[in-house]
Design a protein around this ligand. Structure first.
Ligand code: APR
Length: 262
């Protein structure tokens, strides 16, 4: 994989909950996953529209489970960011809403993706947060974004649903089940997958669409596909290289192999 990345013009990484698991963030599936304790049917876009009060009441508990503690990026996030800075990784496409890549890479939002903004001005890799960012909420009327913390505190104190100054209802700034992904961001993600010479799928069960299709898009367009995940995934058979490794072991090792000969 390191050889392929060294030779590649463009390497792109897709990440999922597994990259944040070593930081303490719970994963969604498997033993003790979030969906063992919570009913994912309660967090759909349809329910938010029908019953924002009940949605927010349940979401306060989910947010506490997911982000009740402060998390730090781990060696996996750091290795990807470093590969980006050193010119070996063009973009990180993440399904995670924990914002942890954002502390070491630079995110672009739907507007800048739509404007065709290129790789961020810093040396960090481009970061596309496909499912949004749970550290923010967004007003469903005026579109204003603000920090999630104080709004969740208000909801926990009984303001259900919490509203913006303009009177609009806040929604967590994440993509809910049954909600469209931000169009420009997803389009950008698909074209990065198509353009990639190496596509890495890291720490994801690869069962939730449309993110799960990205490695397949890359493979069909001729990329070398690598999967780094503790458990098997539906993409493994189509992948060129599969590693059943912990991200905090595999990614620093991959980075050192990629950079070894320079
Ligand atoms: N190193 C490598 N892989 C790991 C590690 C680790 N330290 N810890 C866990 N994993 C793997 C697990 O084996 C599992 O296959 O990470 C994967 C996490 O899978 P999911 O919990 O299904 O998370 P993800 O694929 O990101 O879920 C996608 O589902 O509910 C939605 O919106 C939510 O974005 C999420 C989406």
């Amino acid at each position: 994989l390191a050889d392929e990345i060294r030779r590649a013009g463009t390497t792109v990484a897709l990440t999922g909950a597994g990259i944040s698991a070593p930081s303490g963030v719970p994963t969604f599936r498997g033993d003790d996953g979030v969906w063992e304790h919570f009913d994912e049917g309660q967090f759909t876009y349809g329910r938010f529209r029908r019953d924002p009060e009940g949605f927010w009441d349940d979401r306060v508990d989910l947010q506490r489970e997911l982000f009740g503690e402060e998390y730090e990026p781990n060696a996996g996030h750091e290795a990807l960011a470093a590969m980006g800075r050193d010119g070996y990784l063009e973009a990180i496409l993440t399904q995670n809403t924990d914002g942890l890549h954002g502390t070491v890479a630079e995110a672009i939002d739907d507007d800048s993706a739509e404007n065709g903004d290129a790789v961020s001005e810093t040396e960090a890799p481009l970061l596309l947060e496909l499912h949004g960012n749970a550290r923010r909420v967004r007003c469903t009327d005026c579109g204003a974004r603000t920090d999630a913390g104080p709004v969740f505190d208000r909801a926990a104190d009984g303001e259900l649903p919490p509203t913006c100054d303009c009177g609009g209802i806040y929604k967590p700034d994440v993509v809910l089940f049954g909600e469209q992904l931000p169009g420009a961001v997803m389009q950008r993600a698909r074209s990065l997958a198509r353009e990639s010479d190496v596509f890495l799928a890291i720490g994801s069960s690869l069962v939730v669409e449309p993110a799960a299709s990205l490695p397949k898009i890359a493979a069909s367009a001729g990329a070398t596909v690598g999967v780094i995940n503790l458990e098997s995934t539906p993409v493994d058979d189509a992948a060129d290289i599969v590693r059943r490794d912990d991200v905090t072991e595999a990614l620093p090792r991959l980075r050192s192999l990629v950079e070894k000969e320079n």
